[in-house]
Write a protein that binds this ligand. Structure first.
Ligand code: FES
Ligand code: FES
Length: 152
């Protein structure tokens, strides 16, 4: 089946299998391998992307469900050679260890900040509650997001 949608501001039209998952569409068809697959069943958040402003686990979405929608992946955060402020603060706070969870963390945090530029720590923790990190202990990630929230 043919579907049209936007990814990172670019229009896409693809002929896909109706049972394809969004994560496979992004990684295998579009080469956007920044989106990671951890559990494949909605538990880890590594595959988080933003669809029409909402953070969504792309392993749980079928590709036909994004028809007419606008997707942002981690590749869409940096623009014109400049890192997004979230990416910059993750670096400054050493909030990345192995990095596997990082794209999902960034996209969940970005979805929060798009809706609420000045979230409380509790709201940040709530927004990241579905994202698991095996390495960092979370505190540096929370501090990085808090730092961005205090910028503007
Ligand atoms: S890979 Fe999608 S939630 Fe874990
Ligand atoms: S930095 Fe390794 S899983 Fe989070």
């Amino acid at each position: 089946m043919q579907i049209e949608f936007k990814v990172n501001g670019k229009s896409c039209s693809l002929d896909i299998c109706p049972t394809m998952r969004l994560i496979d569409l992004l990684r295998d068809e579009l080469g956007l391998t920044g989106t990671k697959e951890g559990c494949g069943e909605g538990e880890c958040g590594a595959c988080t992307v933003i669809i029409d402003g909402e953070a969504v686990n792309s392993c749980l979405v079928l590709a036909p469900q994004v028809r007419g929608k606008e997707i942002i992946t981690v590749e869409g955060l940096a623009g014109d050679g400049e890192l997004d402020s979230l990416q910059q603060k993750f670096i400054e706070h050493s909030a990345v260890e192995c990095g596997f969870c990082t794209p999902g963390m960034l996209m969940s945090a970005k979805a929060l900040l798009m809706k609420n530029p000045h979230p409380s720590e509790e709201e940040i923790r709530q927004a990241l509650a579905g994202n698991l990190c095996r390495c960092s202990g979370y505190s540096k990630i929370i501090e990085a997001v808090k730092d961005v929230a205090s910028l503007s």
